[in-house]
Structure formats: structure tokens, C-alpha cells
Design a protein around this ligand. Structure first.
Ligand SMILES: O=C(O)C(=O)C[C@]1(C(=O)O)C=C[C@@H](O)C=C1
Length: 291
């Protein structure tokens, strides 16, 4: 059975992987930090890693993109987009009145990305609390259960509350209902989850130095072939101040005629092109009762 490293237990990453890959088709290996997730696949302890890379409201998880460029050579094998619904969890208090509960809480523990997704909620309902960020939301829930302190709460998935025996003080507290996170599965071997017609290609491009208009030429290689780009992000190469590479998501497959031709044209002007993956992509289909 293939092994998959992910942040967990009790995280959104785990919940989304169970949803898209199935709970029993793989052996899931929960890790405390994202570097442990990456390294377990790099060191051969697992076959794949699940990495959150983008959120609707917080944008790219740049730290994770940088790992893919600088630290590891793990191709992207598939991608999925999953809705993030955050709950406020704490020790059971027999459903105390909301105002009493909010006044009692003095600290909220969560993952830094979840914090940015719940800023308005915190400002409105818990403006007085101390905020502590930890490696994952599952870890936040675990800490609150272990502390067993009614003054400390976690922002985490509802499932983490069930896992650690916490009460849900409030559900759906993320500031926007349309809150989604994009996850990628990286690893050395291709994987087939289920058939889909949608494929994407992700590339990393480093521009030649002192070549005026290089980025314009890169973009026009896609534009005149009518190849759609869904994301372009610049990140420092860390070699020299002002030196950047571009992380580009392309809505086309390397099996098409046009995309390899566009990449050849880009290489011909002296750009370095690294293909990070050409992979199937899945999106969440809500149950009809959820719509
Ligand atoms: O801590 C978790 O629950 C995670 O799965 C991590 C993570 C992230 O790193 O973006 C995943 C999805 C949510 O957007 C918030 C946090």
C-alpha cells in the first residue's frame, strides 16, 4: 500500500485527502510540520506528500512553493481544491451562553493560515484574546484538549474536535463562505486517482539576465497560441537581490501540440524551464443538500 505523508491528524489536509483519495486506499502518515511532510517523501519513508499551496483569500503559501523550487525534486502528481470550514473548539462547558463563553476565552490557538481566514470573526467576537499559531490545526485542537483549560480554544476543522473530544462552540467561522484551499500531491511515481478530463501543467521559469522584455516574450509565447495561464507568481531565486523565478500554472497538458512548442520557444530566448508536473486536477462537488 502506498504511503502518503501529510500534516495531521485532525487537519484540513487530512480531511481533503480522505475525501479525494479515499480513507483506506493509502497508508496516511501524519506529520507535525510541513518540512517533516516533505522530508519523509524525500527520504523514502513515504511515497507521496500532500502540500497545501494556495488559499482563496490568503493567496499562495509561498513557503511551500519555495520548498518545491529550492529544496526538493518532487513532481506534482495531482491536485485538488477543497472547501475550508473552520470551527471554534474548546473543552465541553455544557453549551454555555455565547457571551459568557466569549468573555471567558483568553487565548486562541490555530495555524497561521487559518488565522488569516478568520480575522473578521476574531475582531468581532474575540477582540481581547491572545493568538498563538502552531504547525497545524490538528495540533491546535490536540493542545487545547491536553490543556483542558476552558479559557483556551482552537480554530480547526470540526473533525479535529471529534477526534480530541472537544465541543464545537461555533461552526463556519471563516470570514468568507467561498474559502477554498488548493492541495498538491507530490512524489516520484505517477498516480491515478480517477478519470478526469482536466489536466494542468506547472512550470518554473528563470529569465535570462539582462534581456529586456524577456517576461513579455514568455507570456506572448502562451498568448498567441491561446494557452490559458491560471497563475503566475514571482519568487526570489535566493542567489542575488532582484533575481526572481516565475511559478506558472498552465491550463494545458504536455500531451498537447501547442504547450511543448511554447516551452521550446521560451527556452530559445535563454530561459531555464523546469516542469514541475503535468497532472489531473479535481474540484470538490458539494452534496446537493450542501448547495
Ligand atoms: O492545519 C491544517 O489544518 C492544514 O491542513 C494546513 C492548512 C495550510 O497550510 O494552508 C491547510 C488548509 C487551510 O487553509 C489551513 C491550513
Amino acid at each position: 500500500m502506498k504511503r502518503i505523508a501529510l500534516l495531521g491528524p485532525g487537519t484540513f489536509t487530512e480531511e481533503s485527502a480522505h475525501y479525494f483519495l479515499g480513507e483506506s486506499n493509502f497508508k496516511y502518515v501524519p506529520c507535525k510540520s510541513i518540512s517533516d511532510v516533505f522530508l519523509s517523501t524525500v527520504n523514502g519513508e513515504t511515497d507521496y506528500s500532500v502540500i497545501p499551496i494556495e488559499n482563496t483569500f490568503d493567496g499562495s503559501v509561498t513557503h511551500h512553493l519555495d520548498w518545491l523550487f529550492h529544496e526538493v525534486d518532487l513532481p506534482i502528481r495531482t491536485e485538488w481544491v477543497y472547501p475550508i470550514k473552520v470551527s471554534l473548539l474548546g473543552v465541553a462547558d455544557g453549551h454555555a451562553p455565547l457571551a459568557e463563553r466569549n468573555a471567558r476565552i483568553r487565548k486562541v490557538v490555530t495555524h497561521s493560515v487559518t488565522l488569516t481566514q478568520c480575522r473578521d470573526f476574531l475582531r468581532e467576537h474575540l477582540p481581547h484574546v491572545e493568538l498563538e499559531s502552531v504547525g497545524s490545526n490538528g495540533e491546535a485542537a490536540r493542545m487545547v484538549a491536553e490543556l483542558n483549560d476552558p479559557e483556551v480554544a482552537a480554530l480547526a476543522p470540526l473533525a479535529a474536535g471529534t477526534l480530541y473530544g472537544l465541543e464545537a462552540y461555533a461552526n463556519g467561522v471563516q470570514d468568507h463562505q467561498n474559502n477554498h484551499t488548493r492541495f498538491v500531491l507530490v512524489g516520484q511515481e505517477p498516480i491515478v486517482v480517477r478519470p478526469t478530463d482536466t489536466r494542468k501543467t506547472t512550470i518554473l521559469i528563470t529569465l535570462p539576465e539582462d534581456y529586456p522584455g524577456a517576461l513579455h516574450q514568455v507570456l506572448s509565447a502562451f498568448a498567441w497560441r491561446r494557452i490559458n495561464l491560471s497563475r503566475i507568481e514571482s519568487r526570489p531565486t535566493k542567489k542575488k537581490l532582484g533575481n526572481y523565478f516565475f511559478y506558472i500554472d498552465i491550463e494545458a497538458s504536455m500531451d498537447s501540440v501547442l504547450l511543448p512548442a511554447a516551452l521550446q520557444e521560451i527556452e530559445a530566448i535563454g530561459c531555464q524551464v523546469r516542469i514541475l508536473g503535468c497532472y489531473p486536477t479535481y474540484s470538490y462537488e458539494p452534496e446537493t443538500s450542501e448547495v
